[in-house]
Design a protein around this ligand. Structure first.
Ligand code: AMP
Length: 238
């Protein structure tokens, strides 16, 4: 029995973690038993942060990943636009920030995201698209998932250069009807906000050894293949 447990723990964890676990065991066996039982009971969900600047193709690629991996897609931008189209209080508050290309305050965004996650008990996992966009949002996401005995599996960033982004978003604005897609100075503001406030989230998850980059340029199905390979790699870690 003990041997089986030992093999199981070794197969579910990495070498360094296991070494520190053994060290702790000498100090406090109860703590280690607790950690091991949390690990055994950990939900095998895939929780993916689809990352990248506005216009990098997150929404397009999320549609493909939902189908392939059976995940729930949560786009905070779509949620805000839904609230705006229904003219709710939340929508009115968000509109003031979105039309300027600024971020909606964390207090509003985190609460909305939490409500959405809570509605999907029993999900196999989530694709977070456009969230987290700040370090406090990333911390809130980690806390939320941890309370559900799961975690962010990985962050995949779609890399696209700024000038290509401006071209793509203005083109999208011709048909999307989104005011924040149609004005070049708002588009440039959104890119600045991404570089200053959102890009550090990549480093936050890199510290947990969870961040990956893929090239966001090319045909849609080529990028989908790169993403799918990246998700497959992450799945093997779960
Ligand atoms: P998106 O559709 O993801 O490009 O988002 C459009 C706009 O919605 C952004 O420019 C922000 O104003 C707002 N927004 C979306 N997601 C977030 C978020 N996680 N935090 C703050 N603001 C957000």
């Amino acid at each position: 029995m003990q041997n089986n447990l030992f093999n199981f723990v070794v197969s579910r964890t990495n070498h360094l973690f296991f070494k520190s676990l053994l060290k702790c065991y000498e100090k406090d066996a109860r703590l280690v038993n607790f950690a091991v039982s949390r690990m055994i009971n950990r939900q095998k969900m895939i929780n993916l942060v689809l990352f990248g600047p506005p216009g990098s193709g997150k929404g397009t690629q999320a549609a493909f990943l939902i189908e392939k991996f059976g995940l729930i897609h949560i786009s905070t931008g779509d949620l805000f636009r839904f609230e705006m189209s229904n003219d709710t209080l939340l929508g009115q508050e968000a509109k003031a920030y979105m039309s300027k290309g600024s971020l909606v305050p964390d207090s509003v965004t985190i609460g909305m995201l939490r409500n959405k996650v809570e509605k999907h008990t029993g999900a196999q996992g989530f694709i977070f698209d456009g969230f987290p966009r700040t370090i406090p949002q990333a911390e809130a996401l980690d806390a939320l998932l941890s309370s559900k005995n799961t975690e962010v599996t990985g962050l995949i960033s779609l890399d696209v250069a700024d000038e290509e982004i401006v071209k793509r978003i203005l083109k999208r604005g011709e048909t999307s009807g989104r005011p924040d897609d149609s004005n070049e100075s708002t588009v440039r503001k959104r890119i600045d906000v991404y570089n200053n406030e959102t890009a550090p989230v990549f480093g936050y998850y890199a510290e947990q050894d969870k961040s990956m980059r893929i090239n966001g340029l090319g045909a849609i199905d080529e990028i989908a293949q790169r993403l799918s390979d990246a998700v497959q790699q992450l799945k093997e870690k779960v």
